[in-house]
Design a protein around this ligand. Structure first.
Ligand code: ARG
Length: 457
């Protein structure tokens, strides 16, 4: 029988976060640099101590940037402290703890980390938006069947369809920037929870760390993680958009549709079926989306039962923050590569449109309305016409005019030339001129405006 490890040997590992929070090292040191600068300025520690500590912290930072690793400790804050003490001794190194707790420190580190992540994510969103707009502009005139319920609904421009995601991503970008504004306050100086009796100046540290101001409530500063929930929620929403996009492209790249072909570097072969190209990259985006949604649920659940103020449960917020921000950054890059490199198969799209013309039934109803018939009556008559077409395996445009008239007297108001015109896809597309509609003139204007706005960023 396998001997079990004694529980006491597990204890240090069990509460340790170093394996994952060591990626906060740079932010943790920057946080300490700001703190020591302020303590020396306010003469809370002697300026000469401040000088030596700052020199040491900066030397550690330089080493880390060169790739050196810290010796593991319970968490990143203790690991940095341990390294400072190793270099300057316990008496001086121990002063790092003056007027500060790991509680305000960790809250500050994560905010700094997320702030810098958001800058990167927003720039990736813009790259993807640019790729979408460029692809749309270079295929501006292709008409495709537009779908609702994954059934052919009405014709739209492919460029109009694809640029839908530009709008979603534009809002995602705003959401990230908005969440950034709310988290732009420094918790540093809240100490454990009560503030401190040392004459610190929280404006100095907030300013040095690039925050707009210090948080105004010390208990809130160490207790709150709603900024992390917001961030993960922004990631989950953006990923949900990428996941829908993936699903569209998976369907459109299947052999049944064949509307698009994935770039070879973003699809893979099957180990058994030589004919297959699988859209694995898109599938992994879908999978990572589910992890982000899981992280959002996890962090909300982590907080919902916590009494104020700091509790160690909060340590595990970082697992979700890191995973979400890593995944979103990667997925945005992958999607940008896919959109830029995918091939649009105009012929296959045209074939899908030509297979039948039932997606023009609404046009026929609209036309009858223009002859003074109510939309409801027109809708009824046209739907009977579609049933007839279906039963005979014909297109609407192939049904003889006499049969139209047999279905309803209201068709007596139209002639064959009218029907040909009404059922002309090009005319239909050009007619959708309502604001935001699919007419080529409007779509082109929209895309050019979007591109010029993106180019100004
Ligand atoms: N590693 C901890 C965390 O990430 C740091 C704060 C620990 N504070 C405490 N009072 N034990 O949350």
């Amino acid at each position: 029988m396998k001997k079990s490890t004694p529980t006491t040997n597990l204890v240090p590992d069990f509460i340790s976060s170093f394996s994952y929070d060591n990626r906060l090292a740079i932010w943790d040191i920057k946080c300490s640099i700001a703190h020591i600068t302020m303590l020396a300025k306010k003469k809370i520690i002697p300026p000469s101590d401040g000088k030596r500590l700052l020199k040491t912290l900066k030397a550690i930072l330089t080493d880390l940037l060169k790739g050196k690793k810290l010796t593991p400790a319970e968490d990143i804050h203790y690991a940095v402290e341990k390294e400072v003490i190793r270099r300057v001794g316990e008496e001086l190194g121990g002063k790092l703890r003056t007027a500060r707790s790991r509680n305000d420190q960790v809250a500050t580190d994560i905010r700094l980390y997320i702030k810098s992540e958001i800058a990167g994510i927003v720039s990736e969103i813009c790259s993807l938006r640019r790729a979408i707009i460029k692809k749309s502009l270079s295929h501006i005139d292709i008409v495709m069947p537009g779908y609702t319920h994954l059934q052919q609904a009405q014709p739209i421009l492919f460029s109009h369809y694809l640029s839908t995601y530009n709008e979603m991503l534009k809002r995602d970008e705003c959401r990230f920037n908005d969440c950034l504004k709310r988290m732009d306050e420094s918790p540093l100086g809240a100490a454990a929870l009560a503030g401190t009796s040392y004459p610190i100046d929280r404006n100095i540290t907030a300013h040095l760390l690039g925050f707009s101001k210090p948080m105004s409530h010390s208990v809130d500063a160490v207790s709150s993680r709603d900024f992390a929930c917001e961030f993960i929620s922004c990631c989950a929403i953006t990923l949900t958009h990428l996941s829908r996009m993936s699903e569209d492209l998976i369907i459109f790249s299947s052999s049944e549709f064949g509307f698009v072909t994935m770039p070879p570097e973003f699809s893979s072969g099957s180990s058994i079926m030589p004919q297959k190209r699988n859209p694995d990259w898109l599938e992994i985006i879908r999978a990572k989306t589910s992890a982000a949604i899981g992280s959002l649920t996890a962090i909300l659940s982590l907080l919902k039962g916590l009494p104020l103020s700091y509790n160690r449960d909060m340590q595990e917020d970082k697992l979700h923050i890191f995973r979400s921000s890593d995944d979103i950054t990667l997925c945005l890059k992958v999607m940008t590569g896919i959109i830029s490199g995918m091939k649009i198969n105009q012929k296959r799209i045209a074939e899908a449109l030509e297979r039948n013309d039932y997606y023009l039934a609404t046009e026929l109803a609209d036309y009858l309305v223009s002859k003074g018939i109510s939309f409801k009556t027109a809708h009824n008559a046209v739907s009977r016409l579609v049933s007839l077409a279906l039963s005979r395996g014909l297109k609407l445009s192939q049904i003889p005019l006499e049969d139209y008239k047999k279905i309803s007297t209201i068709f007596s108001k139209i002639n064959s030339a009218d029907i040909r015109l009404v059922l002309n896809v090009k005319r239909v597309i050009n007619s959708k001129k309502s604001y935001g509609g699919t007419s080529p003139l409007l779509v082109k204007k929209y895309l050019l405006k979007e591109l010029s706005e993106l180019n100004q960023k």
